[in-house]
Design a protein around this ligand. Sequence first.
Ligand code: C2O
Ligand code: CU
Ligand code: CU
Length: 522
Amino acid sequence: MNRRNFLRFNALGALSLSAIYAMPHHQDHNHHSMHNMHHIPENQTNMDTSFIDIVENTELLSQDSIPINKDLKALPLLKNTSTKPNTFEATINIKEQDISLAKDKKTRFYTYNGVIPGPKIEVNEGDKVIIKVINHLDEPTTIHWHGLPVPPEQDGNPHDPIAPHTERVYEFTLPEGSAGTYWYHPHPHFITAKQVARGLAGAFVVKAKDSLSHLNEQDWFISDVGLDSEAKIRPNTLSDWLNGREGEFVLINGCFKPKINLTDTKRLRIYNATAARYLRLKIEGVDFIVAGSDGGLMQSPIVQEELFLCPASRAEVILKPNKDINIENAMLQSLYYDRDKMMQDTPNQDPINLATLNIESKSIELPKILREIPKLGIPTASKTITMSEDHSQMHGLSKKSTQEIKEALAQMFLMDNKIYDPNRIDLHSSEGAIEEWKIINKSHMDHPFHIHGTQFEIMRSNLKGKIITPKVRSLHDTINLRPDEEITIKIRQDFRGLRMYHCHILEHESLGMMGNLMVEQA
Ligand code: C2O
Ligand code: CU
Ligand code: CU
């Protein structure tokens, strides 16, 4: 085992869970290691924790085992087999596939059509989309069309699983105004995090004739994978469940630390398709002109030195060298972001390198107004949602059996003080009604809030009394909340039926940090 990983896992194993929030009266338990917990007899229980795996001390694949500096591959496109106008028809086979990332070793992934990430779906506003999905896995799955305005019964809810070795057809029409940068991923009950960790995720772009249509496009679909020394997808640790899993290998379009040559001004679509990794993208000497958010173009572009993308969020950007020079061998980095993780006494704060870039400098003028975002109007209803953690679950964890730890995890991450129940309706809304939602993070760590079926507008953030309003109007389906932050959004649901809202740290989602919204006839 390489020394760094050994130290890392030892440090983790020796750290008592009761020290998560440095509670001094629990420090006498610090000598308990995760190993000891496995020897305590497990209790009988009715709670379903079978989906929770916890394995410490997995030997990791060393970072130099995967070749770097290969040219970035474009995402393969999902082929449209329809000959009818305004119709996109295709088949997705969900199956296990061996893929070589590491030299001389194969990794068995769960894949959409055999590739990592899944094929890119590219359609136009107004298109009718018909996708047959064949589930060759030995477990149920669904495909959720993250961010897209599709009817609930077509949106891959956990309530509508595609049973193992069966198939279904998803069918929806994408309305005018829906152009934007989306993605698709599984959403089965309990095992969404597992299936994404094994590779299931893909890009979904809806195009329209807009103020940037003249530019060539490139996707940076950022995911991460955790691999053991045999290049197998590694199991989760306790820290992965608590903080969300961050795979040690960050991939762009499935490539590890690729080389990216930009010879023209491109419309970049950047996706954070990781389960829990926060991205603070930075390129020395280059600014980001941010032109789009989750739900398409923003009202106006803004220039930033860094691009922050919480898990599940996306952006459209144009790179602008801040002097008029060609940029050679610049690093695309993700800077350290402190999201107040648990069990992190001395986090590694080094930036990580994602890619090497060559950029030919071209001057570019973007229109001041990229598009007019329709105003939602005056809200007629309001809701308050809280995300929190049940800290009583953490007390004395170091004395608990593995089964008790799993039960604690399965009760720890709360949406409105509750654990997700697929059969309980938590909130009601009226179809087409404009609502104001206040989302509150009452916990000690960041949680990205996501809701299905629509795009919302952020009105304001209140972080311990400091009020921030967005500089530019833009549409989102996912928004990060810092500890104690309150964010107010305006939102409208245009379809009747059941929608989920949840934390998009996927381990938290799978542990039940989720609720059901029923949208009813007005
Ligand atoms: Cu990205 Cu409930 O989903
Ligand atoms: Cu979603
Ligand atoms: Cu969370």
